[in-house]
Structures are given as C-alpha cells and as structure tokens.
Write a protein that binds this ligand. Structure first.
Ligand SMILES: Nc1ncnc2c1ncn2[C@@H]1O[C@H](COP(=O)(O)OP(=O)(O)OP(=O)(O)O)[C@@H](O)[C@H]1O
Ligand SMILES: [Mg+2]
Length: 345
C-alpha cells in the first residue's frame, strides 16, 4: 500500500531580487513510498531533497502537482486536518533542534502538550519512549548535558511521541561520528521493524543508505534522475550524475592525485575491475589473470556489502610480457567491467 505519493510536483520559490530568476527547487517529481518501507533520497547540495520532505509534511505547498498521504491530498486540508496530519508525521534533523531550556522528558512531551493530551497519558508515553530509545536515566537531564548521539535519540523519541506512521529524517546522522551513527541507525531500524514506521531519509552518507534504506531515489536540479533498489543503484548506477555521486560516497576507485601516486609507485599496467554479485567474483578475475602467467598485485580497492550482496572495485598492477598482460586483461574483462588507467577522469 502506498503511504506517500507525489504526482508531478513542482515547487518554485520567488526570485530573491528583480534581476534573479525564480528558483525551481522541485521540478515535476513523482514518487511513491510504500507503507513500512525505508526510502533514501540522495543527491548533491541544492538538489531539492529537503524541499521534498517539507512538501511531504506540508511545511511547503506545491506550486503544481499533488502530495497525497494515505490517499488524501494534503494540499487541500484545513488547519485542523493539517494538525492531525503533522501528528502522523515525525521529523528529525541534523542539528537535533531540541529545546535547550527543557529537560529531555519535557522535550519528548512537547508534541503531546501541543496536542493537549492528559497529563497522566503524557507521563506514561514519555517513559515508554525514553525506554525505547535507551535514555530512561536521562529524563531530567538538559540537552547540553548529552552527547550528539543521545541528543538525536531524544529527537527520535520526540518525533515518535504522537505515534506517527511516517518519520522524515534530514541528514539525521551527518553531525555524528561513525560509531554513534551506527547506534542511531540501529535505533532507526528498530523504529521501522518494531513500530512499522515508514521512513524517508535524506543523506549523503553511504552507511545510511547501505544499512537503512530498502530503496533509493537520486535527485539532481530538482528532478529525480534515478531510483531503484539500493544494491542496483549503488552497484550499477546508470545516470552519469549518479555515478559521480556514488563514486564520491564510496571512493573505492583511485583517481587524480591518488592514481598518479599509484602509477609512480607501481610499474606495469594499472587496471581497475568491477566486482558485482551475480556477475563476477574476485576469484574469476584472479583465475583469468593467472592463466596467462601475469603477475598481479592488489594496490587499491573496496568491497561493499549490501545485505549480503557484494560489489566493489579492485585496482591491480599487472606486470609481465606486454602481450601476455594484454591477453590477461582481455580475458578478465570479458566478464568483469574494466576501468582502465584514468578511471574516473
Ligand atoms: N524557502 C526558500 N526560498 C527560496 N529558495 C529556496 C527555499 N528553500 C529552498 N530553496 C532553494 O531551492 C533549492 C533546493 O533546496 P533544498 O534545500 O531542497 O536542497 P537540498 O537538496 O536539501 O540541499 P542540501 O543538501 O544542501 O541540504 C536550492 O536552490 C535552494 O536555494
Ligand atoms: Mg537539505
């Protein structure tokens, strides 16, 4: 069942000055997110990602097109219905956006106070949420006394206070170190798996997409340029901008200065092979090279695991008789896509 649906949505912001053109932040975007799904949105700065999230929770209204939540066109809601909608959509942010003057418990209680829930119910719900995010012992602390990861867990508890069906996350782990990021991602996985909350995440972090998202949408200049299963989009991106973006977050192919240093250090030919589950394994490549009597050394590379399926790149320095090296490369590249020499330009 589709929970979030955008159809032909365009969002234009007025020009900042008379000389400037209006900004088309979102340009004819259509997308659907199923109930229970975790969907990632990636893309360079200014691509329109945050604007899409703001359209989903009705903080912005589309210039044209429709935004539907569970079949209801939210651009036509009155104030009262909008408040109900916002209770059904939680949001977390890169900078956490906690109230510094409120305790942890009072931060989590805030959406329930706004919704005028009875005091006893609020107390019980806040307890339950703080236990869920593992911060029951911090109820009386203030945000400034917490680590970044703890602050984001408070942010998550607050976002879940009204039991929303949808959670929107805008770079929610970008301000955190890698270990803390993993903790918060594990919590978000529980939010999805145990509470059944549908999650839409914006990120530029490989780990977030890899470990959290089921599906990924790639945006550029306000448009969706690619979308699909995470493994497919990351391991075999079709659009050049997606390839550039994926290369920037994975960084397993040497380029530029890194490649120059490798060339200086290693004689012979330097080639990069693509390894992809279902297509070709490392063993296939090594066997093809060995069978031609070529010596090879692994000098760069990376293997990525997406829920048990692997893909990545192996950069090898090949030495031996010139013709044999060429034959070995031909043999290996017959099944493994080859990026020769200047791999990424
Ligand atoms: N309220 C606004 N008024 C005017 N222009 C805006 C407004 N909000 C966003 N924009 C513009 O719309 C475009 C898309 O912005 P948006 O914040 O959605 O991008 P983003 O993909 O989230 O980028 P980032 O990764 O930097 O957060 C940008 O050119 C931005 O300057
Ligand atoms: Mg943004």
């Amino acid at each position: 069942m589709t929970l979030i649906r955008l159809t032909g949505v365009t969002k234009t912001f007025p020009a900042a000055s008379k000389a400037a053109a209006p900004v088309v932040a979102v340009d004819d975007v259509s997308l659907a997110v199923a109930q229970g799904e975790v969907c990632g949105i990636i893309g360079y700065s200014g691509a329109g990602k945050s604007t899409v999230l703001r359209l989903v929770n009705a903080l912005e209204s589309p210039t044209s097109g429709t935004v539907e939540i569970d079949g209801t066109d939210i651009t036509r809601l009155n104030e009262r219905a909008l408040r109900a909608l916002r209770g059904d959509i939680g949001m977390i942010f890169q900078q956490f956006n906690l109230f510094d003057s409120r305790t942890v418990a009072k931060n989590v209680a805030y959406p329930l106070e706004v919704a005028r829930r009875p005091r006893a119910e609020i107390t019980a719900r806040v307890d339950e949420l703080l236990r869920f995010v593992g911060l029951a012992d911090k109820a009386r602390s203030f945000p400034e006394q917490l680590s970044g990861g703890q602050k984001q867990r408070v942010g998550i508890a607050r976002a879940l206070a009204t039991s929303p069906r949808i959670l929107l996350a805008d770079e929610a782990t970008s301000a955190l170190d890698p270990d803390t990021t993993q903790e918060v991602l594990a919590l978000l996985r529980r939010v999805n798996a145990e509470l059944g909350v549908t999650i839409l995440v914006i990120t530029h972090e490989m780990d977030v997409i890899r470990t959290l998202a089921d599906r990924v949408i790639v945006m550029e200049h306000g448009r969706i340029i690619e979308a699909g299963e995470v493994f497919d989009v990351l391991s075999a991106p079709r659009h050049p901008a997606t390839r550039r973006f994926v290369a920037s977050i994975i960084d397993d192919v040497p380029a530029g200065e890194q490649l120059r240093v490798l060339r200086e250090r290693h004689p012979g030919r330097i080639v990069t092979f693509t390894v992809r589950d279902g297509d070709v394994t490392q063993a296939d490549i090594f066997a093809a090279l060995s069978s031609h009597g070529v010596r090879f050394e692994l000098i760069h590379g990376g293997i990525n695991d997406i829920r048990g399926r692997v893909f990545g790149h192996l950069t090898l320095a090949l030495t031996g008789e010139t013709d044999a090296v060429q034959r070995a490369i031909d043999a290996a590249s017959a099944f493994a896509p080859l990026l020769e020499e200047d791999t990424r330009g």
